[in-house]
Ligand binder design. Structure first.
Ligand SMILES: Nc1ncnc2c1ncn2[C@@H]1O[C@H](COP(=O)(O)OP(=O)(O)OP(=O)(O)O)[C@@H](O)[C@H]1O
Length: 305
């Protein structure tokens, strides 16, 4: 089942068409990476999902229910962590969560239970100091606790790791991995290593549309580069290789660099077999021969070009 379905979403600011028919589907229990360069429209999309911005066209369903601008009905399913969460800095984490619970009408018993569980989850249990003295990472973690307070089915995080140092980043990612058991997580980012670390599905937003969507494996498979890398221990050997008539067919789409050559071919397995036959015949020995796996960065750059 899809927790979130966005179909044909359009949004223009003045003459700037930010979203131009965006369609994405977020399956339950996934950690979904919403990728796009700065200004691609990630925050705009999230605000429309939350009913805070009006779309020009398109439809959004959260847990099967239509999300409508200005109404907060579907927000009962959603926990939201903005890029810079704001708190009352004079409060402690416990006081702050208590306030959140009281505002939403929870019983004191429930507030105590949830605060205990969530502060433990985000590593802030027993921290007495005021929020004003927190690091960015601690604030982000408290933001997650707050966003999870009403046990949402979907946690939406807007660039949760962008401003954090490596330790803070790792802590936030670890929390996200833990919450996926109960909650689907969607997070926007342009930090590709974070996506590779925890996301099982990804959508890349470019020119207002999703230009790539799927699991990382699917994306890599689909966009598998038809490339073979060959490296020789010395430049003269590469020269010899390049001049051998037997390899000319393979070298029609090749790129040379240093002691390496990258060969592109439509059928990579066939090219590899042909290459190995030729190497045997010519007794030329490369120090490295491998089929190149596309990296997320390569795919991302290709998608946003
Ligand atoms: N209220 C607004 N009025 C006019 N333009 C806006 C408004 N909100 C956003 N924009 C523009 O829409 C585009 C998309 O902005 P958005 O914040 O959604 O991008 P983003 O992908 O979240 O970027 P970032 O990674 O930098 O946060 C940007 O060019 C931004 O300047």
């Amino acid at each position: 089942m899809n927790i979130l379905e966005i179909e044909g979403l359009k949004k223009k600011f003045g003459s700037h068409q930010v979203l131009d028919g965006l369609t994405i589907h977020v399956p339950e229990h996934s950690v979904f990476g919403f990728l796009g360069k700065n200004g691609a429209g990630k925050t705009t999309t999230m605000k429309i999902v939350l009913g805070l911005l009006k779309a020009d066209a398109g439809e959004i369903r959260v847990c099967g229910e239509r999300a409508v601008y200005g109404q907060t009905k579907t927000n009962r399913f959603i926990g939201y962590l903005p890029d810079v969460p704001e708190f009352y800095s004079y409060m402690s984490a416990v006081e702050y969560l208590r306030l959140c619970g009281r505002i939403t009408g929870m019983s004191e018993k429930e507030i105590r239970r949830m605060s205990g569980e969530l502060l433990e989850l985000v590593g802030l249990k027993g921290v007495k100091k005021r929020i004003g003295g927190y690091s960015r990472g601690m604030k982000q973690r408290l933001g997650i606790a707050q966003a999870l307070f009403h046990e949402p089915k979907l946690l939406i995080c807007d660039e949760p790791t962008s401003a954090l140092d490596p330790v803070g980043r790792r802590e936030v990612l670890e929390i996200m991995e833990q919450v996926r058991e109960k909650t689907t997580v969607i997070f926007s980012t342009h930090v590709l290593s974070d996506v590779e670390r925890i996301c099982d599905r990804v959508a890349v937003l470019n020119d207002g549309k999703s230009v790539m969507e799927g699991t990382l494996e699917e994306m890599k498979e689909k966009h598998k580069k038809d490339s073979l890398l060959l490296e020789f221990p010395r430049k003269e050997l590469l020269k010899q290789f390049v001049e051998e008539p037997i390899f000319q067919n393979l070298l029609s789409r090749a790129k040379l660099e240093g002691c390496q050559v990258i060969i592109h071919a439509k059928d990579i397995e066939q090219a590899e077999a042909e290459l190995i036959r030729g190497l045997n015949e010519t007794r030329l020995m490369p120090s490295r021969l491998e089929i190149l796996e596309p990296s997320l960065e390569g795919l991302f750059m290709e998608a946003i070009q």
